[in-house]
Design a protein around this ligand. Sequence first.
Ligand code: NAP
Ligand code: GDD
Length: 341
Amino acid sequence: MTRRALLTGITGQDGSYLAEHLLSEGYEVWGLVRGQANPRVPRVRRLLQDVRLVRGDLLDQGSLISAVEKVQPDEVYNLGAISFVPMSWEQAELTAEVTGMGVLRMLEAIRVCSGITGSRGSADGQIRFYQASSSEMFGQVRETPQTERTPFHPRSPYGVAKAYGHFLTQNYRESYGMFAVSGILFNHESPRRGAEFVTRKVSLGVARIKLGMATELRLGNLEARRDWGYAGDFVRAMHMMMTAETPEDYVIGTGRTHSVRELVEAAFGAVGLDWERYVVHDRSLHRPAEVDLLCADPKKARTQLGWEPTVSFEELVAMMVEADLRLLSDGEDPDQYSPWP
Ligand code: NAP
Ligand code: GDD
């Protein structure tokens, strides 16, 4: 029997890679799209021709119930969110509604459509649920590297909303016996990454400078450290969690950490330029509260799921810079309408 998956966040980076992966595994893939004329939908239709679309919004409970009823999925991947951390200070309430309460609405849609009314049933034959949890929940980290047992200390309204969604997913598993899992994913990037995130901002900035289209790149905190991996590797982990025998939460990351400064050095180095001649430190881009250091301990995923990342930090940076050189040379500019500095 063909398995059916419903993805929220299909127009985002992870939605595209996960859809491709599930299609290659023989799934029928459905993507939830919101809005009356969402400008990102034509891109999804171009990139993912075999994905079917269903309308719905994480802000609208009824639309999620209708989507689950229509698609009758075996697996639901909740990737939809306000995912850009600085936006979560500007629109904290919206972030709480989409990134936090959206998880409740999706879990309730599954619960209602599955007819789960009492407590703790059996997970057999139920719709499986994946929640896109985040290393941003660790925030001001209590220990390094971070594991599934590291306590949370979120530092942004986004991180707080993700922590709510994370605990709620655990709670539905414990309350109703649902097969509901959270992947605590560390930063993962690709040529499809949104232009507002630092890796893509840097790869686009380097490509523009190399092609003579810009003379400087303005960045905020260069000392922050992240565990950056490749999105294509990380979506495989999501699927592995969902097809495991038991529903459990996993930390997914590479186990290596680099500073923004090292990212910049590697990206300019990839095209033979000296970053110090072009990067301008801009204090206005610092955050009200920063997450200084993230570094995963992915041992549980390695030993229980057999998951391994395949792309190194250096390969990832080179891949992104090369892709943006090609894109800009072809006359495209994904950043042209971005409201973010
Ligand atoms: P992304 O590119 O920013 O995509 C976010 C998606 O959420 C978009 O498809 C967007 O759709 C959708 N969305 C926003 N508001 C919505 C709403 N009200 N209803 C339904 N969908 C809505 O994010 P990503 O990098 O692919 O990340 C996927 C998920 O993983 C997110 O939940 C993110 O928080 C989480 N995460 C990401 C990382 C990472 O490093 N990438 C790490 C840990 C966790 P529209 O086109 O309609 O705006
Ligand atoms: N975006 C951005 N722009 N970040 C900058 C800049 C800049 O100009 N200059 C320095 N940084 C620093 C930020 O202060 C942060 O410490 C780091 O670069 C990474 O920022 P982002 O790429 O915006 O990612 P993030 O770590 O805040 O959040 C991403 O990863 C989370 C997982 O840890 C997002 O994908 C989240 O959705 C995800 O949950």
